[in-house]
Design a protein around this ligand. Structure first.
Ligand SMILES: Cc1cc2nc3c(=O)[nH]c(=O)nc-3n(C[C@H](O)[C@H](O)[C@H](O)COP(=O)(O)O)c2cc1C
Length: 218
């Protein structure tokens, strides 16, 4: 069957999308699932900040590196608090969001006053990090302490002109809840990492299966 073909400039044109049978801009549904980086940072005044970012992931195995993308601006103008904090202080924690933490994760995306501590707002506990200043989410079974390696400026939104950035961090400390370890391996099925699909859809881990790569085993 012939594929639909969409040019990015038409993604903002509801009539063109509707003519193809699409009720919404499909972009967020194109590459899924996206892990949810629940990023904690700290302001220069020492106020903690927490927000989810699903344009995110692991970028490198050795050294371990993760990344997240901040898109658009804060409601008060300028960079989102997370981006502002990593620019100023160069540190963040990548906490893994889980099924059990889904409501708190979602509430922490509220665009609130810069001086509000979202840990307190959503009712999660701060646990101290070891190598960096921002606290981690105590309830998350996996938290990665990170130092910013680079912040890449991406092309701005062609419609609003708002900036997009990708922040890459080198992992300098790894916190693992021993309860998620089974048979010597982290068992993702035990903590149900949360992922984002398109639109307002989410998923957790479905079937988990093993597959060996061809050639010599690494
Ligand atoms: C599941 C989920 C995923 C999100 N992913 C992103 C993202 O990848 N990039 C982004 O800029 N905002 C994303 N947001 C919105 C931010 O969390 C929101 O703008 C938040 O208020 C930013 O907080 P901050 O100003 O404290 O950094 C997401 C929200 C939710 C609920």
């Amino acid at each position: 069957m012939e594929r639909l073909f969409i040019e990015p400039r038409d993604l903002a044109d509801a009539d063109k999308l509707a003519a193809m049978g699409l009720r919404h801009n499909p972009v967020t549904a194109l590459v899924v699932p996206r892990p949810i980086a629940w990023i904690s940072t700290i302001t220069s005044e020492g106020i903690a900040n927490l927000a989810p970012f699903s344009f995110s992931g692991m970028a490198c195995q050795s050294p371990p590196m993760v990344m997240f993308c901040a898109n658009a601006s804060h409601a008060e103008g300028g960079d989102k608090d997370t981006l502002r904090n990593v620019r100023q202080n160069g540190e963040f924690v990548f906490n893994v969001a889980t099924w059990e933490l889904r409501e708190q994760m979602n509430r922490s995306s509220s665009m609130v006053d810069r001086h509000i501590d979202e840990f307190d707002l959503v009712g999660v506990t701060k646990a101290p990090s070891r190598a960096i200043r921002p606290p981690r989410v105590a309830e998350s079974p996996l938290s990665l302490e990170c130092k910013v390696a680079t912040i890449v400026e991406l092309p701005a939104c062609p419609v609003s002109g708002q900036r997009n950035t990708a922040t890459f961090g080198e992992v300098v400390g790894i916190h693992i809840d021993p309860d998620i370890i089974h048979d010597g391996r982290i068992d993702s099925g035990r903590y149900r990492p949360l992922a984002r699909l398109g639109y307002l859809d989410y998923a957790t881990c479905g079937d988990i299966f093993e597959m060996h790569r061809p050639g010599p085993r690494r």
